[in-house]
Design a protein around this ligand. Structure first.
Ligand code: NAI
Length: 491
């Protein structure tokens, strides 16, 4: 074992871990980062980034198809080449992974390739063993566990990675053929994003969802708008479906369902429906990855893979060991993992002392979320129903169709809605479906974090003509004062 002692060792190099390693090194800490696969984790290799690269191809195709002729551009016959789009996606991923590697190197983070396992120690010094790559044992004062999640596997769904796939399989660099028919189980974030991509590339898409609606956690009006679009594209969405089994029939896949309303003990005798397709994507959520980390050697508790930690400081039951990102069972978003990385690093380095850091506590009151369907979706804070249950609110709403810049761009679908507290005028939440919705929500999240009122945000000069004027109009509409909206009264 090397006698060198690291200040922080990060296990897992996804958006939580690689970010934490870079942040710790910015504070002058001596950092080790252990990753058994590629830096960037799920987000960069099998999640956000590859999906968004494919989404961008699909979006461009849609724009050419829907807009070009009207915009005075003749492009001839438009042919979609999925294999080419996948090659571009692979290149984007490769370059970004190399970028992260270069950043870590420049920051003098020691990168170990292999599986990291805590083998003992205490807050004075922990030992971590690396195997299956750079076989080594290192000493470290603090540890941050950022081992993430993987697609949830349900035995009845017989995921064989051949015809019955997870998002990992469908985003693999070699998955280059569009199936004739794609069956998607789970109409959540992943399901809807892939439905949009594959339908645009010409597949027939069938979605099966257990709940009465897709993307159930979003605002009702946003869900309706998305459903309208997906159904308009020809996607078949079947809700309230309890998928009992999925089988690879040799030449395709077959899912057997009954109504989700049937009580569990009556499922056997319930009426069944079957759905056939060429391949099936199972996107029903994710499972935490924390196996063989040596948690028990230092007294860290986990429950079905979920590592328990203090939700404020992110420290586990083992002093000086922190957990961040998907593995904690919190909000499963890349940007939340990175944020938690910052909090854990500052807490870890503050507990060592001698760094210019201060202990921090997490605050999840303002977490923007995005869904890259076309149109895109963004949301932050409370939904209208929840806000109304908590107190009196005004809701401002503005449609893209009424905005000059959106009209110029041919992006007239969708709306932005903002929820304001009647008493304090504070912004409680916002939801948007339409062009660059996630970017608009970013502005509102910043305003919320600064504690701004709807009136104050409405007083900020927004450049014209921009899509960001959607924010201005929607916050003004909270008080019935949007300029480009007819028939509203001041309130
Ligand atoms: P999800 O939780 O968003 O959706 C899963 C869906 O599957 C739910 O609607 C659920 O009701 C349904 N479901 C569960 N069991 C089912 C069954 N047996 N039969 C039919 N339907 C069933 O999970 P998803 O889409 O797998 O995404 C995983 C995570 O990744 C989420 O936390 C998501 O936020 C994150 N993610 C974020 C993205 C982004 O920020 N743009 C993109 C993709 C994923």
């Amino acid at each position: 074992m090397s006698e060198e002692i690291y200040d922080i060792t990060v296990i897992g190099g996804g958006p939580g871990g690689y970010h934490a390693a870079l942040r710790a090194s910015q504070f002058g800490a001596k950092v080790a980062l252990i990753e058994r696969d590629k830096l960037g984790g799920t987000c960069l290799n099998r999640g956000c980034i590859p999906t968004k690269a494919l989404y961008s191809s699909a979006k461009l195709a849609e724009e050419i198809h829907e807009k070009a002729a009207d915009f005075g551009i003749s492009v001839g016959e438009v042919k979609l080449d999925f294999a080419k789009a996948v090659e571009r996606k692979n290149k984007v991923v490769k370059e970004l992974v190399e970028g992260i590697e270069a950043l870590e190197k420049k920051a003098k983070v020691a990168i170990f390739k292999g599986h990291g396992k805590i083998v003992g120690g205490s807050i004075d010094s922990y030992e971590v063993e690396i195997s299956g790559g750079d076989n080594a044992k290192i000493k470290t004062k603090r540890i941050i566990i950022a081992t993430g999640s993987k697609p949830a596997l349900i035995p009845a769904f017989n995921i064989d990675h051949d015809r019955i796939l997870t998002s990992d399989d469908i985003l693999s660099p070699d998955f280059k053929t569009v199936p004739n028919t794609l069956l998607i189980i789970g109409a959540g974030v992943i399901g809807c994003e892939f439905a949009n991509i594959f339908r645009t590339f010409g597949a027939k898409v069938i979605m099966l969802e257990y709940l009465p609606t897709p993307i159930a956690t979003e605002e009702r009006l946003v869900i309706n708008e998305l459903k309208k679009k997906l159904v308009g594209m020809g996607i078949e969405i079947y809700v309230s479906q309890n998928v009992l089994k999925v089988e690879n029939t040799g030449s395709g896949v077959r899912a057997t369902c009954c109504s989700a309303d049937v009580p569990r003990d009556q499922v056997d005798s319930a009426e069944k429906t079957t759905y056939d397709a060429d391949i099936c994507l199972v996107s029903i959520g994710r499972a935490r990855v924390s196996d063989n980390l040596g948690l028990e050697s230092v007294g860290i508790e986990s429950d079905r893979g979920q590592i328990k930690c203090d939700p404020k400081t992110l420290e586990t039951a083992a002093k000086g060991i922190y957990a961040i990102g998907d593995v904690t069972g919190g909000i499963m978003l890349a940007h939340v993992a990175s944020y938690e990385g910052d909090v854990a690093v500052e807490n870890a380095l503050s507990s060592i002392g001698g760094f210019d850091t201060h202990p921090r506590e997490t605050d999840y009151s303002i977490v923007p979320a995005t869904i890259f369907t076309s149109p895109e979706i963004g949301s932050v804070g409370l939904r209208e129903k929840v806000a109304k249950e908590r107190g009196k609110v005004f809701v401002g709403r503005f449609a893209y169709a009424s905005l000059g810049k959106a009209k110029c761009m041919g992006e007239e679908k969708g709306f932005l809605m903002v929820i304001g507290d009647v008493e304090t005028d504070k912004i409680l939440g916002a939801s948007c479906i339409g062009h660059e919705a996630p970017e608009l929500i970013a502005e509102i999240a910043a305003a919320m974090a600064a504690g701004m009122t709807c009136t104050q945000l409405g007083h900020v000069i927004h450049s014209h003509p921009t899509i960001s004027e959607m924010v201005l109009e929607a916050v003004e509409d909270v008080h019935g004062m949007a300029i480009h909206k007819a028939g509203r009264k001041r309130r």
